[in-house]
Ligand binder design. Structure first.
Ligand SMILES: [Zn+2]
Length: 259
């Protein structure tokens, strides 16, 4: 595929989760993708807003797609990639269109994935797997949406190296379930290390946080709504502490859903 500048653009395949879609001009879109092998990147999809586009429906947010991109995976030249082929693997977005609580959770997942990959084309296989797994779990509906979101946030923070400590003291590392929780200290803290102003969540709340981190869904699914709310509050506070800017989508998450 020769380009305007005369050199051949490299074609490559990857699979990806669609994180975000923006309009570009009359009929194009810019798609923000988290790819399996090439990290986060943005690509132009030409003509997808025309009604007869083959691509349009496959490039909606939250979908898992298999695609062919034109451009350099090494990032030579600064031009955007362009999407030359796309196949749907699983279009999870469809299932959130009529389910506002799940839609808001999916939006917070996608925004977190984008924020945790500040550098384009830096592979992050673990984050890709977590993001895909979370959207799949959200679509399957086996667990409450807010629980799937919080499990995702805890594990995504772990890939960034700042997950809250839940099964040992964040400061001295003494193992065990500690009663106090301090965001600045890094999570649960023992009585010796507890800084002033540490929170004292219910033991069940820290138990839920531990279960979500470990993927113990039996414990997580059995948790009570007040425990879930307290856990979500601590997870959100921990996330905000480490991010330069607050997530836009997190305050919009509908947590009334209890099924
Ligand atoms: Zn300690």
């Amino acid at each position: 595929m020769p380009t305007e500048s005369g050199y051949r653009r490299q074609l490559y395949r990857d699979d990806a989760v669609v994180l975000r879609v923006q309009k570009l001009g009359e009929s194009d879109r810019i798609i923000t993708l988290l790819t399996r092998r090439n990290g986060r990147l943005r690509a132009v999809a030409r003509g997808v807003r025309r009604t007869n586009s083959r691509f349009g429906a496959r490039l909606e947010p939250f979908g898992h797609i298999d695609l062919q991109l034109a451009g350099s995976p090494e990032g030579v030249g600064s031009s955007l990639h362009s999407v030359s082929q796309v196949e749907a693997v699983a279009l999870y977005g469809k299932q959130f269109l009529t389910d506002y609580p799940r839609y808001t959770a999916a939006s917070a997942i996608a925004e977190t994935a984008e924020r945790l990959t500040p550098i384009e084309r830096e592979p992050s296989l673990r984050l890709f797997q977590l993001t895909l797994g979370a959207l799949k779990a959200l679509a399957a509906g086996e667990h409450a949406g807010p629980l799937v979101l919080d499990a995702y946030l805890l594990r995504a923070m772990a890939t960034a190296g700042w997950a809250p400590a839940t099964s040992e003291c964040a400061v001295c590392g003494t193992p065990g379930q500690h009663a106090a929780f301090s965001v600045p200290a890094g999570g649960a803290v023992c009585p010796d290390c507890r800084p002033p102003g540490a929170a004292h969540p219910s033991p069940a709340t820290l138990g839920l946080m531990s279960a979500l981190t470990a993927g113990d869904w039996q414990v997580a699914d059995a948790s009570e709504p007040p425990v879930r709310r307290e856990c979500s509050g601590l997870v959100a506070a921990h996330l905000q502490w480490h991010m330069e800017r607050a997530l836009r989508s997190l305050p919009l998450v509908d947590r009334r859903e209890s099924s």
